[in-house]
Design a protein around this ligand. Structure first.
Ligand SMILES: Nc1ncnc2c1ncn2[C@@H]1O[C@H](COP(=O)(O)OP(=O)(O)OP(=O)(O)O)[C@@H](O)[C@H]1O
Length: 278
C-alpha cells in the first residue's frame, strides 16, 4: 500500500538566508530545517550574529536575502507559534510583579489569554509554574528571586501559551552550575513531552551536551552545521576561525582552546592552560 502520509512541516526553515545591518553582512548561505522536538544549539564568536538570527525568526529584522519560515509562514512579531527567552538580565528588585504575573504576561494576546475565565487562566499559570518547579515562589516579587529562579519563571512565561518553537538567548548566562543543569533539563523535558522545537543560543555547549541534536556554529561570517561530533572538532573550528583551535573531549565535556583573541572572550585563555595541563 502506498503511504500517503505527508512529511510534517518543519517548525523553522531557512533557505539561502543572509542577514546583516545596513550593508554589513553578518552571515549568509544558511539553508536548514528544524523539526518538531529537535534541539538546536547555536554557538559562535561574539558579534557573529547569533542573537540577530533569533531576531530574524521573531520578525524583528528582515533578512538581507533568502527565506525564513516559522511553521510554514513568514515570521511576524507577536507570533503565537514562538516562545522567546531573551538574553538574561537581572530584574530590578523593585519590580512590582510576582512570579505568577510574569508567567501570565505570556498569555496576553494569546488564545489562552482571551475569553478564558480567570479560573482557567490561573490553573494554566499554576500548571506552568509547577512544571518548571516554581510553585514555591509563585507569589514572591520577581525581583527578589535568585538568577536561577528568575530564569525558571522566564521559561514558564515563554512556554505558557504552548508555542511550537522555543528560542532561548543565552539562558544560562551568569547562572551557577546547578541552575544551568536545571534550566537545560527543563528545556529538554519540554521538547520531549510537547515536541517543542528548541533553538538555544549558548557560549558553552557542555550544559546542553546530553540534549543537543545539532549545532550551528557561527564565526567570521561563516557557519558550520551538524551534530556535536561533526562540528565541535579541531579541524572544523580551526577552519571556521581560520586559526588553530584545539577541541578535546575529556570526562564527557567538550573543551575548546585557542579561539583567536577578541573572537570570543567567553573562551578565556585559562581554558587553554587547563587544556594543556589536562
Ligand atoms: N540593530 C542593530 N543595528 C546595527 N548593528 C547591530 C544591531 N544589532 C546588533 N548589531 C551588530 O551586529 C553584530 C552581531 O550582533 P549579535 O548580537 O547578533 O551577535 P551575537 O553573536 O549574538 O553576539 P554575542 O555573543 O556578543 O551576544 C554585532 O556587531 C552588533 O554590534
Amino acid at each position: 500500500m502506498l503511504n500517503h502520509a505527508k512529511k510534517p512541516e518543519p517548525v523553522l526553515q531557512f533557505e539561502d538566508a543572509a542577514f546583516g545591518y545596513d550593508r554589513r553582512r553578518l552571515w549568509g548561505g544558511l539553508t536548514m530545517e528544524l523539526r518538531a522536538g529537535e534541539f538546536l544549539a547555536i554557538l559562535g564568536a561574539n558579534g557573529s550574529g547569533k542573537t540577530s538570527l533569533l531576531r530574524a525568526v521573531l520578525g524583528l529584522h528582515p533578512l538581507m536575502s533568502g527565506i525564513v519560515r516559522v511553521v510554514g509562514a513568514p515570521p511576524h512579531q507577536g507570533s503565537t507559534e514562538i516562545g522567546y527567552v531573551p538574553q538574561h538580565r537581572r530584574i530590578d528588585t523593585l519590580t512590582p510583579l510576582r512570579a505568577r504575573d510574569v508567567v501570565g504576561q505570556g498569555l496576553d494576546g494569546h488564545r489562552w489569554g482571551i475569553g478564558r475565565p480567570d479560573r482557567a487562566r490561573r490553573r494554566r499559570i499554576d500548571e506552568m509554574l509547577e512544571s518548571v518547579g516554581a510553585r514555591g515562589f509563585a507569589d514572591r516579587p520577581i525581583g527578589l528571586l535568585s538568577g536561577g529562579e528568575q530564569q525558571r519563571v522566564r521559561i514558564a512565561q515563554a512556554l505558557v501559551a504552548d508555542p511550537k518553537l522555543l528560542l532561548c538567548d543565552e539562558p544560562l548566562l551568569s547562572l551557577d552550575l546547578n541552575s544551568q543543569r536545571t534550566i537545560s533539563g527543563l528545556v529538554d523535558r519540554r521538547r520531549r513531552t510537547h515536541d517543542t522545537a528548541i533553538v538555544f543560543v549558548t557560549h558553552d555547549i557542555n550544559p546542553v551536551l546530553p540534549y543537543v541534536d545539532r549545532v550551528l556554529y557561527l564565526a567570521g561570517g561563516r557557519f558550520r552545521m551538524g551534530t556535536v561530533d561533526e562540528v565541535m572538532t579541531s579541524a572544523t573550528l580551526s577552519d571556521l576561525y581560520a586559526s588553530p583551535v584545539e577541541v578535546v573531549r575529556s570526562g564527557g565535556r567538550v573543551l575548546v582552546a585557542g579561539i583567536p583573541e577578541g573572537a570570543d572572550p567567553h573562551h578565556a585563555p585559562e581554558t587553554a592552560a587547563t587544556l594543556r595541563a589536562g
